[in-house]
Design a protein around this ligand. Sequence first.
Ligand SMILES: *Cc1c(COP(=O)(O)O)cnc(C)c1O
Length: 421
Amino acid sequence: MQEQLTQKVALALDKRDSLKKFRKQFYIPKMKGKEVVYFTGNSLGLQPLSTQKFIQQELKDWATLGVEAHLHAKRPWLYYHHFSKKSLAKLVGAKPAEVVAMNQLTVNLHLMLTTFYRPTATRYKIIAEAGAFSSDQYAFESQLNLHGLNPETSLIELKPREGEDVLRTSDIVAAIKEQGDALALVMIGAVQYYTGQLFDIKKITQAAHEVGAYAGFDCAHAIGNVPLQLHKHNVDFAVWCSYKYLNSGAGGVAGVFVHEKHHNSNLPRMAGWWGHHEKERFQMKKGFVPMPGADGWQLSNFPVLQGAAHLASLQIFDEAGIQNLRKKSEQLTGYLYEGLKALPGYGKTFKILTPQNPKERGCQLSIYMVEKGKEVFTKLSKAGIVADWREPGVIRVAPVPLYNTFTDVFIFIQQFSKALK
Ligand SMILES: *Cc1c(COP(=O)(O)O)cnc(C)c1O
């Protein structure tokens, strides 16, 4: 192994890490009494120590106040969706009115598609990346069916060029231009879940708007991983979940971004009482009057227990700062990239699908196993490495800057190298 990849170097980098205190704020799972190397924060983020306290507060307010907790809890339940706004806005680069925590990701995707996918006889196509997350594919398919359209001809799935692993921005832009007036919507995973590619949100959005289409992004793998500028980049809408990099627990409350330029538009939407104007929500009157901003897309009353877990984690993000996290993340994942490239099996037994350029990736690297994939993965698991396996042959590893260390990366490279032999 190269000099820079020794344990001593990893320890020195950990010592210098200005964010090192945050690891102590999370429960790190153990195997045979030893902390695992947890590289699956892209799938389920770890639990902050503070989560229990946040949830306990709601349980206590429920126990002691009952229904009165809607108004008199420490964090009044009636306004719970307000409490995460500022933090979410910072993470996605939005104004607080443009974001709201609600529902689950796929539900939100359907809500946003209802508003932003309005096909006409001539403008009806959707562009997505090939191999999008299954749930997104099902959402596209069912939305097209809902409008009586055929997914075979109406959904354009962009594949990387022959012999390449990720999409070129220029090819995405060219495909958008090619569809032109027939294109209704471009909907891309901001960070692709399988390859780890971070797309050029600004350029894609611009290209979509130039042909008169909307641009939406699934930020499931982007939020809390890379800084986003959804408002500035003029993105029409975005959705995300909170149990991955946002550490808010399985099934945690998801979120949406709706650009302010659409807040007073006449676009149709699915409506529910929680999206109705707060001032008269309880008048139970006929005739939907939406809340201003993204809030007007809410349907149901807020999941307070999940929301409490969400707030616990967002507080940590506020303290650490997404720009600081990104800086460490680029270094940490860069260190992993270098370590993997230095192994004798690189390019032969395995390759890395994820771009090396930090501008084109977040923290996840997707290692494509040409051979021995499952075998290597099993050995890693037995050695206390928690990574994940995605068919047909990818080991995804995501060193998360909030709680992973350079030593974690060092151990991973060591164990991966051993497993290859
Ligand atoms: C994780 C993920 C989902 C999961 O959707 P849920 O509705 O939260 O279960 C959907 N899409 C993408 C791109 C994801 O990464």
